[in-house]
Ligand binder design. Structure first.
Ligand code: 5RP
Length: 300
């Protein structure tokens, strides 16, 4: 045998216990290898956080401002995202298959902005999700909404299918107009998603008590950016969320509706992955916007 011919002594190093590292994301240690590998393509294993670029808004809003031409507005900045959150229509038609970050596929849908939004169904098959090599499927959950039970069943069905094939499920807490956006509601909605099997959960940041929302959710939480804010405020929001326990952002309008989407996503990265203070990240944004080499962060 070829192995027997070698002069090199075998090195079993019996005295060194085999390394067994815990997985870097909270609540994810007992997941299977494929699922963890996909999560590592959403969350950066170094920082444990993610910058998800969300541009799935068209699935109920049509051509949202900033997304009229995804080939022109989004494709040039995708290299700055850890993960893209989008529909399969946009993935196939507009995103180069050479993109190697994680794909989070919008997997629920149905009603348009003209109808009752909570009346969603699962809108993709598991075969299609596998074919598209997605890392996660995103499903809207309407806690307290008209179709609460149906949306929960959409989540649990996708969790069953996703777990069978090692694809993560992102539970998206959709807050209806009639709901109060406070920590009490967010704790309820995020915890229900996690209890029912979501691999991670998307919610909204709340000023008062967000740390209790993050602490009470046993799986990672990411926050949506929400409606467009001035850039300095959006950076402050991202900063406060990650400092209070979010594992990153799933940001759309505050990036693609920015005066400079490329500069903005790079500034968001500084806040999420490098713990930049908001004012430093804003200076970084302004420098990139002006075309100047970005300054190092301030100290103190
Ligand atoms: C739309 C979504 C969006 O992906 C999510 O709300 C993030 O986008 P934005 O930062 O613009 O709120 O789920 O239903």
């Amino acid at each position: 045998m070829a192995d027997a011919d070698t002069a090199r002594a075998k090195e079993y190093r019996a005295e060194v216990p085999m390394r067994s590292e815990p997985f870097f994301l909270k609540g994810s240690n007992n997941l299977d290898w494929g699922l963890k590998n996909r999560l590592a393509n959403i969350f950066d294993p170094e920082s444990g956080r993610t910058v998800m670029l969300a541009f799935d808004h068209g699935y109920f809003l049509g051509p949202t401002s900033g997304l009229e031409r995804i080939d022109l507005s989004i494709v040039p900045i995708i290299a700055h995202a850890d993960t893209l959150m989008l529909t399969r229509g946009i993935l196939r038609s507009s995103i180069p298959p050479t993109y190697t970050g994680g794909i989070v596929l919008r997997a629920s849908g149905g009603p348009s902005i003209l109808k009752e939004l909570s009346d969603e169904e699962i809108a993709v098959s598991i075969d299609e999700a596998i074919r598209l090599n997605v890392a996660a499927m995103a499903v809207q959950v309407f806690i307290g909404g008209e179709n609460e039970t149906k949306s929960i069943h959409n989540l649990t069905r996708l969790v069953d299918l996703g777990n069978r094939y090692g694809i993560a499920t992102l539970g998206v807490t959709a807050v209806g107009k009639e709901m109060v956006r406070d920590a009490k509601y967010m704790r309820l909605a995020t915890r229900i998603c996690a209890e029912l099997g979501a691999t991670y959960v998307k919610t909204y940041y709340v000023e008062d008590g967000f740390e209790t929302v993050a602490a009470g959710c046993p799986v990672p939480i990411v926050i949506a950016g929400g409606k467009k804010l001035p850039e300095a405020e959006a950076l402050q929001l991202a900063h406060d969320a990650v400092q209070k326990g979010a594992a990153g952002v799933d940001m759309g309008r505050n990036i693609f509706q920015s005066e400079d989407p490329s500069a903005m996503i790079q500034a968001v990265r500084k806040v999420v992955h490098e713990d930049f203070e908001p004012r430093d990240a804003y200076d970084f944004f302004l420098d990139l916007k002006k075309g100047k080499p970005a300054k190092a962060r301030r100290t103190g």
